[in-house]
Design a protein around this ligand. Structure first.
Ligand SMILES: [Fe+2]
Length: 550
């Protein structure tokens, strides 16, 4: 059985494919179109489909549209509640209603009757409850908005979902956070993580006054409406400065969102008695809140879908259709569900571009050379294997740097054109992680939780230790990513530090690198000392040396 999932209603358009009980491919449209988040989440863009990613997942599996048994579209227009303050929302809903026709047009050979609408939050829930490692457990979804709700709390029993609570709009933790993002001078529905980073610089002075607007209600639901932010701090112009009342406001809202999510998770724990919780929805990308839930909600384990934003509903939608057809898919053990190239193809890209390169010959030999560059404080562009599904670079499309030099934070933020209050995150060898980090789950392979850095390590890895002593870690084992694990070992042998800085492989305002051309363009435009392209290594020093002496 073959099921295609599509997310297109708001932003982060994406496609995913489930074939005979396996997640075989998933990709976000931004990686193809090179437009960050694919499109703006305005009503007039709702008709736009992730055409390139839809076609790619089919091509990857050697299928044609006529081969599909079903197509899931992760929003049900018949359930949509009107949004009173958005006069154009009916335009969005009308486009969504017409989506089966648009999809059939974009995928010639597809019978439009095979397109089904899947409830938005049911699709989010499936992306964690069915794609994650636990088929029985509690599930919590929270985001800006689905059809008429902003949240779903439920329970999976052997892959079967029972919904226990939903919070109706307009109460929405995601929309409150978006509204604050806008007030703080950032881009709404895009830059929410900047508010989370800014919060670390503030003191939550306003929580008592704001709590009437943001709190759990004790019945599985919550109140969350944006107040008049001007009462607390004037609208911020994004002029590169930060701090003061703006950071205090960010800290206050962050604290209340955490408190509310912890209360919702505790309620769910009491209602279900479940030992594990899985989570998805844009709010589940709030790593600080995730760690508090992990510590305080009473579950033995918490698993978060790495593609927790709307792109993940493409995956969840396809999984829902497969499950309904009795073809429950196996857990997806990795986020590496995107495009890849063979070693020979990568060599051909380099040859065509007339870029001199070496092929060290073994994983360890490559790791040793790269570790030498990192030890000498060079930045590495690392491109290896299938690209990641979701917003986090996890060692397939990463920029790597030495964590022992504090100035590397500023250096990487400059490369990426990011604000200097934004932290960069560490990758750590899984077997050494507990020595250095605590306060969150280990292993933590998807960078979805923050941990505290042990005091004796803060000065050793200053580039990845945030102002509040936290770090958003990714643990790496040989099973997760053997190439990065070898690199961490090699770097650890040289320095005693089994940690490297990992940030996504992109430059200012661009989506993450996906194909070799993107990687070469980045290498040509950013101060990167070396580019790893699969088993091949390009050194800037060689590239710009006299070919006769290089
Ligand atoms: Fe969503």
């Amino acid at each position: 059985m073959r099921y295609l999932g599509i997310n297109a209603t708001f932003h982060d358009p994406a496609a995913a494919l489930v074939v005979d009980g396996h997640v075989v491919a998933a990709a976000e449209e931004e990686r193809f179109s090179r437009r960050k988040h694919g499109k703006r989440p305005v009503p007039f863009s709702a008709w736009e489909l992730p055409e390139q990613s839809m076609r790619w997942v089919l091509k990857h599996a050697g299928l044609t549209p006529a081969d599909l048994d079903g197509v899931a579209y992760s929003f049900d227009p018949e359930l949509a509640a009107p949004i009173p303050d958005d006069p154009y929302d009916p335009v969005r809903i009308d486009y969504v209603r017409r989506a089966p026709g648009f999809i059939a047009e974009a995928l010639p050979g597809l019978d439009r009757a095979k397109v089904s609408f899947v409830q938005h939050h049911v699709a989010h829930a499936a992306s964690s409850g069915l794609a994650g490692p636990y088929r029985t457990g509690a599930v919590l979804v929270s985001d800006g908005r689905g059809e008429g709700h902003s949240h779903l709390a439920g329970h999976y029993e052997d892959g079967e979902l029972t919904v226990l609570a939903r919070q109706a709009l307009p109460d929405s933790l995601g929309l409150v956070y978006e509204s604050l993002t806008d007030h703080l001078g950032f881009l709404r529905s895009s830059d929410e993580f900047k508010v989370m980073a800014l919060a670390s610089y503030g003191t939550p002075h306003f929580t008592d006054e704001l709590r009437e607007c943001i709190h759990a209600n004790g019945d599985g639901g919550f109140t969350a409406r944006a107040p008049d932010w001007e009462r607390f701090a004037p609208r911020r112009i994004d002029d590169g400065t930060w701090g003061g009342a703006h950071a205090d406001l960010a800290a206050s809202v962050q604290a209340l969102v955490e408190e509310t999510l912890v209360d919702l998770a505790r309620w769910l724990r009491r209602e279900t008695g479940a030992s594990v919780l899985t989570m998805a929805g844009g709010t589940a990308l709030n790593c600080v809140a995730n760690s508090r839930i992990w510590r305080e909600a009473g579950f033995d384990d918490v698993w978060v879908q790495p593609a927790s934003g709307d792109s993940g509903t493409a995956l969840g939608g396809a999984l829902v259709l497969a499950q309904r057809a009795g073809d429950l898919a196996a857990p997806a053990p990795t986020a590496a569900l995107g495009r890849s190239w063979t070693d020979d193809e990568l060599a051909q890209w380099l040859t065509t571009a007339q870029v001199p390169f070496t092929t060290p010959g073994s994983r360890e030999a490559l790791a040793a050379e790269v570790a030498d560059v990192l030890e000498g404080n060079g930045v590495i562009a690392w491109f290896d294997g299938r690209s990641e599904f979701g917003p986090r670079a996890l060692g397939r499309r990463s920029l790597l740097a030495n964590p022992m030099h504090a100035e590397n934070l500023e250096r990487l933020n400059d490369v990426k054109g990011r604000e200097q209050f934004r932290p960069v995150a560490p990758m750590v060898l899984q077997e050494r992680a507990a020595e250095i980090f605590s306060g969150g789950p280990i292993p933590s392979p998807y960078m979805l939780f923050t941990h505290q850095v042990a005091p004796e390590w803060c000065d050793r890895i200053p580039a990845v230790t945030h102002v509040d002593g936290s770090a958003r870690i990714q643990t790496v084992s040989d099973e997760d990513n053997a190439g990065i694990a070898a690199l961490l070992r090699a770097f650890g042998q040289r320095t005693g530090v089994p940690v490297v800085v990992n940030t996504s492989l992109n430059t200012a305002g661009r989506p993450m690198v996906d194909d070799p051309r993107d990687a070469l363009e980045l290498f040509g435009s950013a101060p990167v000392a070396a580019l790893v392209l699969g088993p091949h290594l390009v050194r800037r020093a060689h590239l710009f040396a006299d070919p006769a002496t290089a």
